[in-house]
Design a protein around this ligand. Structure first.
Ligand SMILES: [Zn+2]
Ligand SMILES: [Zn+2]
Ligand SMILES: [Zn+2]
Length: 293
């Protein structure tokens, strides 16, 4: 790239008027807005963890939807090309974004760093990386893959752990179960259900066989004949019986079976797993721009 064509080079000698809009012919893609806010820069190591030894502090000079210019008070500018940048909002809360360093310009006032926001898929804190995930090998919910790095980001105040959910897991191996309605005694899902008839007129409820009379339906209590479903009576679910052990019950039990070890038990006997994710206050360039526009 031709250094003299570097757009950030031109910025040094310009006098800004906020909001600044790119003049025609300018190479910059987005309008830049003057903004002075405290900022911290944290280099990102190859494994996605922070380089705590090289945290820089300074302030923002300008911001666009594509990137920012920063003044960093550091004898050595960060050598790494990927940084997490935190900008302090008006409410004193830092908001963070992953950026790529574009250039470092030395001037009498110190070091000025030009950065651009990375594509969402290159962000250090992608939403799916901050949450527990389903490990299909163990049929269980695993902590975020880069939890060690996230813990170090927590140490810098960038991320913080949050309880996101509680899930029921196998008490033997912590894997996820499937569920079905089944027999309280033996756990079988093969249940029969004996149907009942509720005769509206006299409020009698009884087994269907008791109503059946030579191809007609007749109420055994009030002797009404030619009963019509919906108009004269409704079917009700009667007691359940287990086709395997013949147990009878008014309501079936919620039965769980572990996907991994196969343990089958009432759902009430499962263990509870607390799911922990990580939260980060994200920097939205549009919000920053709106605050100065
Ligand atoms: Zn049974
Ligand atoms: Zn009746
Ligand atoms: Zn299990």
């Amino acid at each position: 790239m031709n250094r003299s064509a570097d757009p950030a080079k031109n910025v040094e000698t310009r006098v800004y008027a906020a909001p600044e809009v790119i003049p025609p012919g300018e190479r910059r893609r987005h309008p830049r807005y003057l903004l002075t806010r405290p900022v911290i820069t944290i280099p990102v190591l190859a494994d996605g963890s922070p380089d705590e030894e090289r945290v820089g502090e300074g302030y923002t000079i300008d911001v666009s939807v594509g990137g920012m210019s920063l003044r960093i008070d550091q004898s050595e500018p960060p050598r790494l090309s990927t940084l997490v940048v935190g900008v302090e909002s008006e409410s004193s809360q830092y908001h963070f974004s992953t950026v790529r360093m574009r250039n470092v310009i030395e001037s009498s006032e110190g070091k000025r760093i030009g950065v651009e926001f990375v594509e969402p898929e290159r962000c250090v804190f992608r939403a799916e990386q901050l949450q527990p995930w389903f490990d299909a090998r163990t049929f269980s919910l695993a902590p975020p893959a880069n939890e060690e790095a996230l813990t170090r980001w927590c140490g810098l105040g960038v991320t913080r752990p949050v309880v996101t959910d509680y899930v029921q897991v196998c008490s033997a191996c912590r894997a996820l179960p499937t569920f079905r309605h089944g027999c309280r005694k033996c756990g079988s899902a093969r249940l029969g259900n004996i149907q009942l008839i509720h005769h509206f007129a006299c409020a009698y409820v009884g087994f269907v066989e008791k109503f059946e009379q030579h191809g007609d339906l007749m109420c055994p209590k009030c002797r009404a004949k030619h009963l019509v479903v919906g108009a004269d009576f409704e079917y009700l679910a009667g007691p359940y019986h287990c086709l395997d052990c013949n147990w009878r019950d008014s309501t079936p039990e919620h039965i769980a079976q572990c996907l991994r070890c196969g343990m089958r038990c009432p759902a009430s006997q499962l263990s509870e797993q607390q799911l922990i994710g990580y939260h980060v206050h994200r920097l939205d360039p549009l919000v920053l721009i709106d605050s100065v526009r």
